[in-house]
Design a protein around this ligand. Structure first.
Ligand code: DU
Ligand code: SF4
Length: 226
């Protein structure tokens, strides 16, 4: 399928020198001690979930020892523990846990996509890296264009990436630019297609979940709204 073709192409992308170096360094000499005996993926991480999803979740980037290790979005890290538990509570995932590709986890109705597909140092991609990876997001959105009803942006980087992709696809984006916030919402596009709801959520990173900035109830609420 087109989606499988895209996944195969993205998985060998080497367009960002700094990220290629980092993803591979972490995967070889830089493995976390507890994962030292495991193979690491060490490549761009393709999107994951239902290929016919009406809801897209746009995250930030793979975690160095999470998706950069397991090769699957939000799999094998604390952020993913939070996200998949919530997706299970709200009926989008068949299991509350994600450990590795091949664990039987399936999503229905949602697909998870990264803004930047390679693990960045300190989880912080540069503006140039975000721009370089943007065409991959555009292609995901173009596949989904006829069916997508809502996009959940995890964090302001996902929010800005979704707005940028929407503009490049020729969807109508409100002016001035809608501001990101937890629970923020904007309507994108018009024409012959029903508008796409863009919904914001604080990112599921430990920085937010450990501090209580993002609670389970807050995450369930935005997921339920979709
Ligand atoms: O081989 P496949 O059934 O198309 O699944 C590929 C991959 O995508 C697998 O990890 C399950 C996941 N997936 C999903 O989460 N939800 C779907 O509706 C279809 C596939
Ligand atoms: Fe390619 Fe995106 Fe990875 Fe850059 S971040 S190397 S554009 S997949």
């Amino acid at each position: 399928s087109d989606q499988r073709d895209l996944d195969a192409h993205v998985s060998v992308c080497r367009a960002c020198p700094r990220l290629v170096e980092w993803r591979e360094e972490v995967a070889t000499t830089g493995r976390r001690a507890s994962f030292r005996d495991q193979p690491y993926w060490g490549r761009p991480v393709p999107s994951f979930g239902d290929p016919d999803a009406e809801v897209l979740i746009v995250g930030l980037a793979p975690a160095a020892n999470g998706a950069n290790r397991t090769g699957r979005m939000f799999t094998g890290d604390r952020s993913g523990d939070w996200l998949y538990a919530a997706l299970h509570r709200t009926g989008y995932a068949n299991s509350p846990t994600a450990t590795a590709a091949g664990d039987g986890l399936r999503l229905s109705g949602v697909r998870i996509i990264a803004t930047v597909r390679c693990a960045p140092p300190a989880n912080k991609p540069t503006p140039a890296e975000k721009a370089t990876c943007a065409p991959w997001l555009d292609r995901e959105l173009r596949f989904a264009e006829q069916r997508v009803r809502a996009i959940l942006a995890l964090g302001s980087i996902g929010w800005d990436a979704a707005l940028g992709a929407a503009r490049r696809l020729g969807w109508e984006v409100p002016v001035p630019k809608p501001r990101f916030g937890h629970g923020a919402e904007a309507l994108l596009g018009a024409g012959d297609r029903r508008p796409v709801r863009l919904v914001g959520s604080y990112h599921v990173s430990q920085q937010n979940t450990f501090t209580g900035k993002l609670t389970e109830a807050m995450l369930d609420e935005v997921l339920t709204r979709l």
